[in-house]
Design a protein around this ligand. Structure first.
Ligand code: PMP
Ligand code: GLN
Length: 380
């Protein structure tokens, strides 16, 4: 078989998690918490698992009661008109499936898709599998903010889709209201759609706010906005996410979704519908993760790692030039083996493997895990 993705290896997240397991290292590499979802959610899942009739296919677009809960929550959080659960919300197998379904629905051979780099590792390959051409625009280091003039210059009549991710993986950068307005102005003259990956929407710190594409009408009308319950409820293994888009766009996403996964786990959707009306989890998430950020960043002050500011997400980037002159991939491997802390090399988020001597830590870990990891990191 001739590979359709000959240049793509196994995802860095799998590679580093496997290495961490082999070495018995603390896994600050792949992004997932080492604590469980809120008890109300796990109890709800257990309840629905015991309920007869909750074990067969859910409706293709998602359980109506979950889509209604998503609609209410979206309106309450962003102060926008409630998205129509019947025509504007689709529940997907994580944001991953939503990303793929949107790209498959929108991108035709020869289309260009504008991607800001560093970017989540699936964006480029998923675009190329649709016959699209990713057009990469680098974010400005070290703030990882977009240079909108460069974005403007990269737009062409063939640009079918622009992809943004705020808060940003891996940098934690958060787009401002001004950024969103600028983007709306740039797209006003185009026929491009927007995919706004907002899976870390509730992880923004220091009193700042997340600005959703849903809050800018000129963007919302051309946007697919994605989120993930995996991030917000410490349940990455449940693989439940969703896509909000205007009716005509949602119809196209569902055309793909119905043949990709058809529907999402029924008991998981029921459990999430039970807890979503309670705002406690997402209201407290910024403070929850800010405490972890501050703990981790504070502990690493005593190390030779130079941490970059972390405005959002549960990731922190660090320069390691005082520790080693190695490339980031080699350094990440050695840190895992010799120091017992696994991390992600940031070059994995660049299509050409651009190495800027940066590694990514995930701080979605129990305080004692962070303390133990920091102790080890302070010794190198
Ligand atoms: N987008 C980004 C930016 C992510 O970091 C992730 C999670 N790693 C996803 C999408 C995928 O989310 P999910 O786990 O819900 O599939
Ligand atoms: N999004 C997570 C990360 O960036 C990992 C997801 C995955 O393993 N595919 O670490």
């Amino acid at each position: 078989l001739t590979s359709k993705l000959p240049d793509v290896g196994t995802s860095i997240f799998s590679v580093m998690s496997q290495l961490a397991a082999e070495c018995g290292a603390i896994n600050l590499a792949q992004g997932f918490p080492d604590y469980d979802p809120p008890q109300a959610l796990t109890e709800a899942l257990a309840r629905h698992a015991r309920t007869s009739g909750h074990h067969q296919y859910a409706p293709m677009p998602g359980l109506p009661r979950l889509r209604e809960a998503i609609s209410h929550k979206t309106a309450a959080v962003y102060g926008v008109a409630a998205p129509n659960p019947d025509t504007e919300i689709t529940v997907t197998s994580g944001a991953t499936e939503a990303l793929y379904a949107v790209l498959a629905a929108v991108v035709r051979p020869g289309d260009e898709v504008l991607v800001l780099e560093p970017a989540y590792d699936l964006y480029g390959p998923a675009i190329r599998l649709q016959g699209g051409t990713p057009v990469y625009v680098p974010l400005r280091v070290p703030e990882f903010t977009p240079d909108w003039d460069q974005v403007k210059a990269a737009l062409s009549p063939r640009t079918r889709l622009v992809m943004i991710n705020t808060p940003h993986n891996p940098s934690g950068a958060v787009l401002s209201a001004q950024d969103m307005n600028t983007l709306a102005e740039l797209l006003a003259d185009t026929n491009a759609f927007l995919l706004s990956d907002e899976v870390y929407e509730h992880m923004v710190f220091d009193g700042q706010r997340h600005h959703s594409a849903l809050q800018v009408p000129a963007l919302a009308e051309r946007s697919f906005v994605l989120s993930s319950f995996g991030k917000t409820y410490h349940a990455t293994g449940w693989k439940v996410g969703y896509c909000i888009a205007p009716p005509a766009l949602t119809a196209e996403v569902r055309r793909v979704h119905q043949f990709l996964t058809f529907a999402v786990s029924t008991p998981a959707q029921h459990a999430l519908a039970d807890v979503l009306a309670d705002a406690e989890q997402y209201r407290t998430l910024p403070a929850f993760y800010q405490q972890k950020r501050d703990l981790f960043v504070g502990l690493l002050q005593a190390s030779r790692f130079e941490l970059l500011p972390v405005p959002g997400s549960y990731f922190a980037l660090a320069r390691y030039h005082q520790v080693s002159a190695e490339g980031d991939a080699a350094f990440a491997q050695r840190l895992t083996r010799e120091c017992g802390v696994a991390v992600i090399p940031v070059s994995a988020f660049y299509h050409d493997g651009l190495d800027q001597g940066l590694i990514r830590f995930c701080f979605a870990k129990r305080d004692e895990t962070l303390r133990l990891a920091a102790e080890r990191l302070c010794r190198v």
